[in-house]
Design a protein around this ligand. Structure first.
Ligand SMILES: [Zn+2]
Length: 283
C-alpha cells in the first residue's frame, strides 16, 4: 500500500517507469536549461546520457469502505499510439500484476475514474478479446469528464476509438461534470487546460486528504515553475492557470499530493515559496 488516507487505502498501480522524451521537448517554453533545473529540484528525473525525462505511467487504486476505484488506467496493451513508440502496441504484464498485488481482480473494480482521455490514462479501460475492444473491468462504471468526451467525440483519435467508445457502447460510461463527487470521500477538482475536461481527484477521510494531480502537473519542478507549458497541454495558458490554482489550494490546505507523473514515490506536499511553490517529497 502506498498510503492510507483515513479509511481509504491508496495503492500505486505502476505500468511504466522509464525515459520518455527530452525535457526541452516536453517543456518548450522553459528555456535551454530546463533539464538541469528539473534535475536540481527533482533528482533522478533526467536520464543523464540522453537528457530524457524519466516518467512514471501509473494509476492509483482507492479502496474505500464501500468501493474499489481505479483512478486512471495507464497505456494498456495492443493500443495504437503511433507517435509514441514506447506506448504503441505494448504487451505488458506489470499493470495487471500491480492490481493483483493490491488484492484486486478486474471484476472487483466498481469505478474507473478517468482524469482525462489521453492514451496514458485510459489504455486499460479496454482490452482486445478475439479482435474486439471490450471493457477490462466488467462490473465497473467508468466516469469520464463530459467535456473530454464531447471534445474527442467531435475529434476522434485512436485512443477514443479503442479505449473510450467501446466503454460507451457497452453502456458502462458515465459522463461527469468537473465538480462530481463519488460517494462521501472522493470528489473531483476541475483543472482544465491539459484537456478541456481535465480533473484532479481529491480523497478526504478521517481528517486526512490527498490530491491526485493527473496531468495538471508533470514534474514536481513545476511547483517552482507553474508557468512552464507542457508539450501535450491542449490549451497551455488555461493549463498554467489551473496549475497555479491547484498549487495554491494544496499549499493552503496542507493536503498530501500524488503527482501522477512525478518521480517515484510521487508523494509529497506543496508549500508556498516566494512567488511560486516548493515541493517537499515523501512527507
Ligand atoms: Zn499523462
Amino acid at each position: 500500500m502506498l498510503c492510507k488516507i483515513g479509511e481509504v487505502e491508496v495503492w500505486r498501480i505502476l505500468e511504466i517507469y522509464g525515459p520518455f522524451l527530452e525535457a526541452e521537448a516536453l517543456f518548450p517554453s522553459a528555456g535551454p536549461d530546463v533539464a538541469r533545473i528539473i534535475e536540481a529540484h527533482a533528482p533522478g528525473s533526467i536520464e543523464a546520457a540522453t537528457g530524457k525525462m524519466i516518467l512514471p505511467v501509473q494509476g492509483f487504486l482507492l479502496k474505500t469502505p464501500d468501493h474499489v476505484v481505479l483512478v486512471d488506467a495507464c497505456v494498456g496493451n495492443d493500443k495504437s499510439v503511433p507517435h509514441l513508440p514506447e506506448w504503441h502496441q505494448r504487451k505488458g504484464t506489470r499493470f495487471m500484476a500491480a492490481l493483483a498485488a493490491a488484492g484486486v481482480g478486474p471484476a472487483d473494480v466498481d469505478y474507473v475514474l478517468c482524469t482525462h482521455l489521453h492514451p496514458d490514462h485510459v489504455g486499460w479501460n479496454t482490452q482486445l478479446v478475439d479482435g474486439r475492444w471490450v471493457p477490462t473491468f466488467p462490473n465497473a462504471r467508468y466516469l469520464m469528464p463530459a467535456a473530454d468526451v464531447a471534445y474527442y467525440a467531435a475529434n476522434p483519435n485512436e485512443t477514443y476509438e479503442e479505449s473510450v467508445l467501446p466503454v460507451i457502447a457497452a453502456g458502462q460510461a458515465e459522463e461527469v461534470g468537473p465538480d462530481h463527487a463519488l460517494g462521501d470521500l472522493i470528489d473531483l477538482i476541475p483543472t482544465p487546460g491539459h484537456t478541456p475536461g481535465h480533473v484532479s481527484v481529491r480523497v478526504r477521510s478521517g481528517g486526512a486528504e490527498v490530491v491526485i494531480t493527473g496531468d495538471a502537473l508533470h514534474s514536481s519542478a513545476q511547483c517552482w515553475h507553474p508557468e512552464w507549458h507542457f508539450r501535450f497541454d491542449g490549451d497551455g495558458a488555461q493549463a498554467a492557470v489551473s496549475r497555479r490554482v491547484l498549487l495554491e489550494s494544496v499549499s493552503e490546505s496542507g493536503a498530501r499530493v500524488l503527482g501522477s507523473h512525478f518521480c517515484l514515490p510521487s508523494l509529497g506536499r506543496v508549500r508556498a515559496e516566494g512567488a511560486a511553490f516548493a515541493w517537499d517529497g515523501d512527507v
